[in-house]
Design a protein around this ligand. Structure first.
Ligand SMILES: [Zn+2]
Ligand SMILES: [Zn+2]
Length: 636
């Protein structure tokens, strides 16, 4: 039996071997840090025997695959602790997977409920299990045996899961008295990971359906080192403070009335101001890059959506309405509208590329359980564009979109990473066309030297796509911009252009949104800046504070001058003390305060206080205006 290592060297074994054994042969250090490995592309337990030719890689605590091993093991340890506390017979287990940055497990507790304050007790029991350093063993049963065992334990949810497994054999993991149905992988012992924290408990329907019983889900997190865990907990604490669902209404930006318009945010004047700034920036860039802005209807006949394929692939997420015995759909995407514009004229090869752009309001149904502030909504505005071009123009067009996205993100200080998503299971068109489109996108990304990961099967139903994930000031990643290559819609809508040789040909369509959803981007910005927006998008850029009523006129005169210079300014003329007004201005995070009293009125100057606390007296108003205008023009 031959085992090939990552460096290409081959080890030979007569009988079975384990990754632990191989690691130890390589070095004692590697063995000590190993958590598992990859065998022929599959995640593999350290102690699980190998008896076939294979390629392997050992995974240590530092590798990016390591959390899958220790977080999943932590989920088992948590389930074991819960069963010890509430009694084996009273706990029915749901599922317990790893998620980004952590893990969860779903429980049905027959003799009570788990409350937030119980988490500490569960953590304590988990620490005990870790200290016991139990061996974690994998074993297999036939499906029938597996069902019988879980039925005897009263684990009805596990029985349901086993019945759906296609394979003949079902794998389990055992640690001490605890046994769980599980595909793995796991650490070899419970004592190998120590740095964890339980975060919250919430309700979760079995398999996400309202028709099923409500279980309780405990979320937790675990890291390889204490430092990493502490940093993560600190970040969570900070993120909680910045939660846009709290900051948004507090800063007077938006609110959501879940009673009449769940998932459909209502923007207040200050919020609308920021959105308008975001839009005008995007509009300006699109113009520079040769796009033409258009507007298309919100509601169109369903036959259009039959033709576009949305009916077949997207109906469940759409809203419908009816008049004069005709059925209409509220648009979930802007593409068909832009296709109508393309078809409105005869197009020659010389006209291409045609780049259409719209701030398109779309509505998409989402289950109420998944709605989340501005980040997951039912109604939103896309800075949506469609490029119709010849095949030989794809590369130039896609790289131009990437440049536009890069310029758009720059003022916000976002770095980003790209993923290339390939053909999903539910897709339109043949595989050959898909491959052509996917390779075309891949080539562009390689040519412009943009790093990317591959997301298998995550493409749109009509084509492969490149998504951009921006990193915010807390290091969290958010998917925003997207570029999608589409050979299907032009086919379905019989789009044509007349080529050089007089023959009609099919154009290619590129779908692209840059902010993605404006609402979502706004939500991300609120948390990214913790509400302290940069000057250029701040709803109130300067607040003028008269030290008393006597100086209101002078305050208004200064404000008028600023306003004439296109600076968003307000005067706080309320009958409150100066100290109170300054504190309120600080809470609302206004970039500049101008304070005027007797000295200022006499000299015709102002005192300026910036958000970071810097103060300056005897400032010339014209000079201040110049500084502010320059910063706004440079989008600072
Ligand atoms: Zn497991
Ligand atoms: Zn589109």
């Amino acid at each position: 039996m031959k085992v090939t290592l990552p460096d290409g060297s081959v080890k030979e074994y007569k009988d079975k071997v384990t990754l632990a054994q191989i690691a130890r042969e390589i070095s004692e250090g590697l063995y000590r840090n190993a958590v598992g490995g990859i065998v022929n592309g599959m995640l593999w337990d350290l102690e699980r025997p190998i008896d076939f030719d294979c390629e392997i890689r050992i995974i240590t605590k530092k590798d990016k695959e390591a959390p899958e091993f220790f977080r999943h093991t932590m989920a088992h340890i948590m389930a074991q602790a819960v069963m010890r506390i509430y009694g084996q017979e009273n706990v029915r287990l749901g599922i317990g997977p790893t998620i980004e940055n952590g893990f969860y497990y779903d429980f049905e507790i027959l003799n009570g409920v788990i409350k937030e304050e119980d988490l500490e007790k569960i953590e304590k029991e988990m620490k005990k299990i870790i200290k016991e350093d139990l061996k974690i063993e994998r074993f297999e049963l036939s499906k029938d045996e597996a069902i019988k065992m879980m039925e005897e334990k009263g684990q009805i949810y596990k029985v349901e899961l086993i019945k759906e497994i296609q394979d003949e054999k079902v794998s389990f993991y055992r640690q001490g008295e605890f046994v769980d149905l599980c595909r793995g992988p796991h650490l070899p012992r419970t004592g190998m990971i120590k740095h964890f924290k339980l975060l919250s408990v919430s309700g979760a329907y079995w398999r996400g359906s309202e028709k099923n019983p409500m279980l309780q889900r405990i979320y937790g997190t675990a890291f390889a080192t204490k430092d990493e865990l502490d940093n993560y907990l600190k970040m969570l604490e900070e993120a909680k403070k910045r939660d846009h669902r709290k900051l948004g209404p507090k800063l007077g930006l938006f609110f959501i009335n879940t009673d009449v318009a769940a998932g459909m945010p209502i923007f207040l004047p200050k919020g609308a101001t920021i959105l308008n700034e975001l839009m005008s920036f995007s509009r300006q860039l699109h113009k520079e890059y040769g796009y033409k802005e258009v507007m298309t209807p919100l509601i169109m006949n369903v036959k259009l959506w039959h033709q576009s394929g949305h009916w077949d692939h997207y109906k469940d997420n759409m809203y419908f309405t009816e008049k004069e015995e005709t059925e209409y759909a509220v648009k979930p995407m802007n593409c068909p509208g832009h296709i109508l514009i393309y078809k409105n004229d005869v197009v020659s090869y010389r006209d291409l590329p045609i780049r259409l752009f719209e701030f398109g309001k779309v509505h998409r149904y989402e289950r109420s359980g998944v709605l989340h502030g501005l980040l997951r909504v039912r109604a939103f505005t896309q800075d949506d564009a469609h490029i119709f071009c010849r095949q030989d123009q794809i590369e130039e067009e896609v790289s131009s979109v990437v440049r536009l996205i890069d310029e758009l993100y720059k003022p916000f200080g976002f770095t980003y990473r790209a993923t290339l998503s390939t053909m999903p299971e539910d897709h339109m068109g043949d595989e050959e066309t898909w491959e052509k489109a996917t390779n075309a996108l891949k080539k562009v990304l390689e040519d412009i030297k943009l790093d990317f990961d591959i997301a298998e099967g995550e493409g749109a139903f009509y084509g492969p796509k490149v998504d951009f994930h921006v990193k915010d000031s807390l290091g969290r990643e958010w998917q925003c911009a997207t570029i999608q290559l589409d050979f299907q819609m032009p086919e379905r809508f019989d789009l044509k252009y007349v080529d050089k040789d007089g023959i009609e040909k099919r154009p290619v369509m590129i779908h692209t949104a840059k902010y993605g959803s404006l609402e979502r981007f706004f939500g991300i910005l609120i948390e990214h800046y913790a509400g302290a927006f940069p000057l250029w998008i701040s709803p109130v850029q300067v607040l003028v504070l008269p030290v008393s009523d006597k100086y209101i006129d002078y305050a208004r005169k200064v404000a008028r001058f600023l306003s004439e210079n296109n600076i968003r300014v307000e005067v706080d003329s309320r009958n409150e003390t100066l100290g109170y007004k300054i504190r309120e201005a600080q809470i609302s995070k206004v970039p500049y305060m101008i304070i005027v009293g007797e000295n200022e009125e006499k000299s015709g100057k102002i005192s300026v206080r910036s958000r970071d606390g810097a103060e300056e007296k005897d400032v010339n108003v014209e000079e201040f205006v110049e500084v502010v205008r320059k910063a706004i023009a440079e989008r600072r």
